[in-house]
Design a binder for this molecule. Structure first.
Ligand code: ADP
Ligand code: MG
Length: 990
């Protein structure tokens, strides 16, 4: 009911929006008509004229009708002259002039929103309108595509329009050199994939050492094609540039064999329970069986007998009942007791593994506590209140306790990852072993992801399990989430066939509204109800029969699968039936695009995973429309309804006939993990389902969709979670990157050097003067060991109080530095100064990222201590950042004098810097993010902080030294919090 009302409102709002834009369409068309008589040169001259008008203060909005008309008119000329364009090696005849709905789509994109336009409506062309308009600004428009092939295709194809009108077009491709990339970004318009854009940003800001090394030139406007797949599906995987770690902490080799026997023990236990359950089922005691099977589910979720019982609606329901019962709050103790009856428990949904007392004893009979995290808080308290210890002894004891704690956490983490590797991750489902390597199978596209690694040691745990070489752990050198990368843009827009179901997320996270654009012609696709089967085998058999039937009649079919594995199973079955077909796994984009383009030919059968051939138009060949057009079969409902809609949308484009249907079974992962099997089983009994026969009913569709909504919700939480954590990092990253960019671009870095040194001096003087008694000896020692100032205790005593001490030191440092650089080449000195700053920032920032990774992992453990992990994370991250800033300054002071400034010393200094490698040499990779099932959702920053931050967020990080601190207006921004060397107060990131 509420949904219906909402739809009504949304529907009309959407219609109103479309209606609001319609008058503009007429205006564009009027302008376009006026352009018809002029010459091509005159049309091209419009570009320069528009730019001239912009420089005189006209806005892009004002130019829109005329600029869109110019693009449309250009398309008309191409069509009339039958222009042929070479696109990816093939001649394409240009025969498109934007329809009115496409003009509306273009306006929506220009306004910084998402245009939902069905597949085949010509989004590629739509994008040219706002792209041309916004490129007039000269600030660079980025068009983001899902793969390199599409980037190149669109840059060549649509590029014809831009080039004709006098704009330049670039295209990013994997493997381009730095110089090539710069050239692409220098163009008015740049096409590329989101990872190319994102990694360039990371390299520009985390690794470039001169402004010339940076390739991007700002983030003005981006249009994202297939925006849902990029901002939603890919958003669970942050972009990460990593290199090998310096110290490795893994102990997988050491524990592997004991975990193997532990898992064997546990499997024995679970098989016994499953057999007992079987007896109970035979005796009619379903409840008892359910309880036992639930235990099996916790102990060994992939137990064969269990999986079999889960296929049967009756026993499945009993298991669900037992689970539901156990998870009630009043039964918690019982749940814990149950967990103690096995060696460890696994939560498949949340991918977690926990050792029990029994498991700990098995692994280390002499000391079960060896695998327990020590209670640090109590320990610290005991040390603090122990009056027999001196202050120094207390400190030592606390450090020892901390070390113990870290060691134990590491150990437990290793064990937990190994358990997951053995019990949750299955070979040939989640990964394959190829050439002695563990290769991840992407859960979303089903394709192999060589080079990608699970983070947090999981990948190594799986390598240990498979007995292949355990690759070195890698460490993060630079990272950003897709979300935060795209938030850099002043204006963002997107287009896709399927955005509506995720409209909320677009709104919440990206502040992107969604406007559904009507189709040019009515869509006449027929979507049949799902066909539900008890088992996968029955489902596949029925599917093959269906394909045989339609194939015999000559109707082309597109069979969508959720994984490479099931593509291959279906392909094998079809081969047995001698049905010719093609299999696409989104591995070779160009080749697959060419194959998919032929999916509309008579009798074609194409098996494709979700992303395969996306973005390629499927045209029907003659005679096929009479057969009903392309028929799409889904062999599994995907986790998200949106992806099912995408699959369906591949047929019936531009008013063509077409139809679709999904085949599903209770053994599908979606149904196993999230299906409301009780309801469905009830429905099935009511509807009288027999064995071996598929069942079809609108009620069943709804039940499946409920399961999907549940997963969508969960995945949304995971993405939001990733973002909440990355937000903390994001603020820190903004500070560091802004600081870095300032240094990189400054013509004279010396003031920045001394500012940093001064801050370090002030902090040290403050600290030494703050003790009772004042630690003047310490200060003298620090000063002389860090800088060649040659000051005695008496010099300070003569000078006066702490203010004078700081002054004295600052003056002496300058004096000493002057002496050092007096005879050097000034340019070399500048470069040296820049390197001193950047070297310190980069080295310590990377170390900081590593520590933050660790914090992120260990914070999970604290969830057991009843604390909100996100808040803990924020607090700790904040204090770590404070320390980082202090250490950077210390290092600057140190390196400024340690590295003698003569040129030869400068060179050796350079070679001592952390190895800087360019693109391609670093293992560039992205990793799947771990699910954080055990974390409670923390409250975000308080609203007061949010409010204080709002102006900064709007203006970007540009507060000056004399501005008021946004958090404490009584104080000057630079002095409110011990000042950072950067242009942004880091307190803001708390
Ligand atoms: P989408 O990305 O929306 O799925 P595409 O951009 O791939 O759609 O375009 C689908 C097909 O429609 C292409 O073959 C394209 O040439 C054609 N097309 C797009 N716009 C027009 C138009 N205005 N007139 C005629 N054909 C068009
Ligand atoms: Mg497209």
């Amino acid at each position: 009911m509420i949904g219906w009302v909402l739809k009504k409102i949304l529907g009309t709002q959407n219609q109103r929006e479309v209606r609001r834009l319609t008058p503009m369409v007429a205006e564009i068309n009027r302008h376009e008509e006026a352009l018809r008589p002029i010459s091509m040169e005159e049309l091209r001259a419009k570009t320069a004229a528009f730019r001239e008008r912009l420089s005189k203060g006209e806005t892009l909005d004002q130019l829109l009708p005329e600029a869109f008309a110019v693009v449309k008119n250009c398309c008309r000329r191409f069509t009339e002259e039958k222009r042929k364009i070479r696109v990816r090696g093939q001649e394409i005849l240009w025969e498109m002039i934007p329809f009115d709905v496409q003009l509306i789509g273009g306006m929506v994109l220009h306004s910084g929103r998402i245009a939902e336009m069905a597949t085949g409506e010509g989004k590629t062309l739509v994008a040219t309108l706002p792209t041309y308009l916004n490129a007039l600004s000269g600030k660079g428009v980025h068009v983001v595509t899902v793969n390199d092939y599409l980037a190149a295709r669109d840059a060549e194809w649509m590029g014809e329009v831009y080039r004709e009108l006098g704009l330049t077009v670039g295209c990013l491709q994997h493997g381009q050199s730095q110089a090539e990339r710069r050239a692409q970004y220098a163009c008015d318009i740049t096409y590329g994939t989101c990872s190319e854009f994102g990694f360039d940003y990371l390299r520009d800001n985390g690794m470039a050492t001169t402004p010339e090394d940076q390739v991007q030139r700002g983030h003005f406007y981006a249009i994202i094609d297939e925006v849902d797949s990029i901002l939603i599906d890919e958003a669970r995987t942050p972009l990460i540039i990593s290199g090998p770690v310096t110290v490795s902490t893994h102990q997988f080799d050491k524990y592997r064999s004991s975990i193997e026997s532990l898992v064997r023990k546990q499997n024995g236990l679970c098989t016994d329970w499953a057999n007992q359950a079987k007896e109970k089922v035979e005796k009619g005691d379903l409840q008892g069986a359910g309880r036992l099977l639930f235990k099996v589910k916790m102990g060994s979720p992939r137990n064969k007998l269990l999986l079999k019982f889960q296929e049967d609606p009756g026993t499945r329901r009993a298991i669900d009942d037992a689970e539901l019962e156990m998870y009630q709050d009043t039964r918690r103790t019982e749940l814990y007791k149950t967990k103690e009856e096995m060696y460890f428990s696994i939560d498949e949904r949340n991918s977690e593994a926990d050792l029990s007392e029994m498991g700990r004893t098995f692994l280390n009979p002499a000391d079960p506590n060896f695998f327990l995290v020590p209670d640090l808080i109590t320990k610290n308290h005991d040390i603090e209140t122990n009056s027999s210890l001196s202050a120094e002894e207390k400190l030592k004891a606390k450090q020892a306790a901390q070390a113990d704690y870290e060691e134990a956490s590491q150990r437990i983490h290793n064990i937990s990852q190994l358990l997951r590797a053995y019990c949750v991750f299955e070979k040939d489902v989640h990964y394959v072993v190829q050439e002695n390597k563990v290769v991840i199978v992407d859960e979303y596209t089903g394709r192999l992801m060589p080079g990608r690694r699970w983070s947090d040691g999981l990948h190594q745990a799986v390598e240990a399990k498979e007995g292949v070489q355990i690759d070195r752990e890698t460490q993060t050198l630079a990272t950003i989430t897709i979300q935060n990368y795209f938030r850099l843009y002043e204006k963002l827009a997107g287009m896709t066939g399927t955005a509506e179901t995720e409209a909320n997320e677009f709104k919440d996270i990206y502040r992107l509204g969604v406007v559904v654009i009507p189709t040019n012609r009515n869509c006449i696709r027929k979507d049949a109800d799902d066909l539900i089967f008890k088992t996968r085998r029955e489902k596949l058999n029925a599917l093959i029969e269906e394909i045989k039937k339609r194939h015999a009649a000559g109707q082309p079919m597109l069979v969508g699968t959720a994984s490479v594995e099931s593509s291959e199973i279906i392909s094998r079955m079809l081969r047995r039936e001698n049905i010719p077909h093609s299999v696409l796994n989104a591995k070779q984009h160009q080749l697959e695009a060419e194959i998919v383009a032929r999916a509309g030919e008579r009798g074609a059968v194409m098996i494709a995973t979700n992303m395969a051939g996306r973005g390629t138009d499927i045209k029907l060949s003659p005679g096929v429309a009479e057969l009903g057009g392309l028929h799409v079969v889904g062999t599994e409902r995907h986790e998200s309804r949106r992806i099912d809609r995408q699959l369906r949308g591949r047929c019936a484009r531009q008013g063509d006939p077409g139809s679709s249907q999904f085949f599903i079974s209770f053994e599908d992962d979606l149904m196993r993990n999230f299906g409301d099997s009780r309801r469905i089983a009830g429905l099935m009994t009511k509807l009288g389902m027999e064995d071996n026969e598929g069942l079809q009913h609108p009620w069943l569709n709804r039940s499946v969709e409920t399961a999907q909504k549940r997963v969508e919700q969960r995945n949304y939480q995971i993405r939001k979670h990733t973002l909440q954590y990355d937000d903390v990092m994001n603020q820190q990253r903004t500070v560091i990157y802004a600081w870095r960019t300032d240094i990189l671009n400054s013509t004279d870095p010396r003031p920045e050097v001394f500012e940093t040194v001064d801050e370090r001096i002030s902090a040290e003087v403050e600290a030494r003067a703050g003790t009772d008694p004042v630690d003047l000896d310490g200060l003298v020692h620090w000063a002389n060991s860090s800088m060649p100032v040659g000051l005695q205790k008496e010099d300070f005593q003569k000078a006066g109080g702490k203010e004078e001490w700081a002054k004295l030191l600052k003056a002496k440092v300058r004096e000493a530095y002057e002496v050092k650089v007096r005879f050097e080449n000034p340019e070399a000195v500048k470069a040296l100064e820049r390197f001193v700053l950047l070297g310190a920032i980069d080295r310590l920032w990377q170390e900081h990222l590593y520590a933050m990774d660790g914090l992120r992992t260990s914070i999970n453990l604290r969830a057991y201590g009843q604390k909100d992990p996100l808040i803990e994370y924020k607090n700790e991250a904040f204090s770590m950042f404070g320390e980082l800033m202090g250490r950077i300054k210390e290092e600057v002071v140190h390196n400024l004098f340690r590295s003698a400034s003569s040129l030869s010393a400068f060179e050796s200094f350079l070679s001592a810097l952390p190895q800087r490698t360019g693109r391609g040499e670093l293992p560039v990779q992205a990793r799947p993010v771990e699910t954080e099932g055990s974390m409670s959702m923390g409250a975000g920053p308080s609203s007061a902080v949010e409010e204080a931050l709002a102006p900064i967020k709007r203006q970007g990080p540009k507060l000056g030294r004399n501005d008021a601190c946004p958090l404490d207006p009584k104080k000057k921004f630079k002095n409110c919090c011990g000042a950072t060397g950067s242009k942004v107060c880091f307190k803001v990131s708390a």
